[in-house]
Design a protein around this ligand. Structure first.
Ligand code: 5AD
Ligand code: SF4
Length: 463
């Protein structure tokens, strides 16, 4: 199906203005809590942008806010339970301040029946909506504020693309830019295709225009976002991901380009050469392996084998020896034997990823794996993830120590959590580096020599 593009002023502009008029003189505050992935973080930037158009400004804490918005995730049960318990905890706050507006949105709400269930279970929630209709949030807020109606709204086709939405980004210097929505892969454990809909790619011109706008606002780096960026452009004519990278490299003034996430089955030679040729494209790739066992990968519906993945890493590293490589790994997928798990451990030792996000398999309703035989007992899963985390942490630490004495160009992104006199940023390969520098240098590219390391980050000094 071809994507229907909505390039008119996307969100409910008239309603946003009406809410702003209503809010005039009240200076209301908002607070957004985001769960899950970068995609959700970026969606929250859009929601924050809408709220600011409606006269809201950011609150420092939950006590000082007039509106709380939870942007939920349902990829794993843990995130879901956490969101439920955090929404539940607002009951007391609402009793103390009945004017507080509580809204819940995101992937969890997009699951069938979930929003209705939430509204019933938590009668103090005012508004619930899904991932497909967030641009209609101003209209929902309007109904609540001016008509006093609770709103539970999921209605909107999943195939639209919303252009020209407001956003309140965290940067400069770094910004997320969505290049495509949805996922068609249906990995057997994953709920994303059900809550985010089919793949829809934005037009290259719209992406390039957005990046050039960001350059004008002082941004230096973009991370292109999509559930599977390698299938970008399959639904529009004359576009694919390597070509998009080349165009962004040549037609925008952005200094650095990163992207995520890449599916191994779609990673083409064309992408490897585009990464190698384009100076502004960082040599970093997030390439989820999920398991080191071909039998498990087949049941996960991943469409590659252990050998395919190893060969792909070999190809990437021979084209770009300095490439940063991170991954996602799931332990305890249904039917995973001790031998399968050892294959994953072996893969981790062979490849030596720079870092890995590790997950315990979580059964998700409606997915193909939900009813698979051989669900692994919780104790076994915990023991396996402990071993995996330990092995990967040792590798990350060793690799970090191995950087001592090397020099990197780091984009100073923010004040470091290590202290006010330190800044943090990443090198081209994506390694987080802390170094002593004044805050005026945020947004600058700085040559840094590595003088130390700890488990997850590098310590450097300005050369
Ligand atoms: N259980 C555990 N991990 C999951 N992921 C996705 N679905 C599940 C699930 N049901 C992980 C995958 C994916 C990452 C974003 O989350 O590793 O790459
Ligand atoms: Fe989920 Fe697989 Fe799509 Fe990633 S590629 S979002 S794991 S279905």
């Amino acid at each position: 199906m071809m994507t229907e593009k909505v390039s008119i002023l996307l969100y409910d502009d008239e309603k946003a203005k009406a809410v702003r008029r209503f809010n005039d003189g009240r200076s209301p505050k908002y607070l957004i809590r985001t769960y899950g992935c970068q995609m959700n973080e970026h969606d929250s930037e859009g929601l924050a942008g809408m709220l600011e158009e409606m006269g809201y400004s950011p609150a420092e804490n939950v006590q000082g806010t007039s509106l709380v918005l939870f942007n939920t995730c349902c990829v794993r049960e843990h995130a879901e339970l956490k969101a439920y318990s955090n929404v539940g905890a607002l009951k007391k706050l609402k009793e103390e301040n009945p004017g507080l507006i509580i809204c819940v949105c995101g992937c969890m709400m997009q699951q069938e029946g979930a929003a209705e269930k939430l509204m019933k279970r938590f009668p103090f929630v005012d508004i619930a909506f899904g991932t497909h209709n967030s641009h209609l949030f101003p209209g929902m807020l309007y109904r609540l504020l001016l008509k006093g109606e609770r709103v539970c709204d999921m209605a909107a086709p999943a195939q639209d693309i919303i252009e020209n939405a407001p956003a309140r980004r965290a940067g400069p210097p770094c910004a997320w830019v969505t290049i495509m929505y949805g996922c068609d892969n249906f990995c057997s454990y994953c709920v994303v295709p059900y809550v985010r809909g089919r793949e829809r790619s934005r037009q290259p011109e719209d992406i390039i225009a957005e990046i050039n706008r960001l350059v004008g606002e002082g941004y230096k780096e973009v991370t292109l976002l999509g559930q599977n960026v390698n299938s970008y452009g399959k639904d529009i004519t004359g576009a694919d991901f390597p070509a998009l990278l080349r165009r962004i490299n040549d037609e925008t003034g952005i200094c650095r380009i990163r992207f995520m996430t890449s599916h191994p089955k779609d990673l083409s030679d064309g992408l490897i050469s585009a990464m190698r040729d384009c100076k502004r494209v960082c040599r970093q790739i997030h390439l989820p392996v999920q398991s080191g066992s071909s039998a498990v990968l087949a049941r996960m519906n991943r469409h590659y084998t252990r050998e395919d993945y190893l060969a792909l890493v070999e190809k990437l590293r021979s084209a770009m020896p300095d490439i940063g490589l991170s991954t996602d790994i799931i332990v305890g997928f249904p039917g995973e034997t001790e031998k399968d798990f050892e294959d994953t451990m072996d893969m981790v030792q062979k490849i030596r990823f720079d870092s890995a996000y590790t997950f315990i398999y979580s059964k998700r309703s409606g997915t193909a794996a939900e009813n698979m035989e051989g669900q692994v007992p919780a104790g076994v899963k915990k023991e396996r993830i402990r071993r995996l985390i330990e092995a990967q942490a040792a590798i990350t630490y060793e690799k970090n120590l191995g950087c001592a004495g090397k020099a990197y160009e780091v984009l100073a992104e923010a004040v470091s959590r290590r202290g006010v006199s330190m800044l943090c940023g990443r090198n081209g390969a994506g390694m987080i580096t802390n170094f002593a520098a004044p805050p005026e240098l945020i947004g600058e590219f700085i040559e840094v020599k590595i003088i130390g390391a700890n488990r997850y980050t590098l310590l450097g000094e300005i050369i």
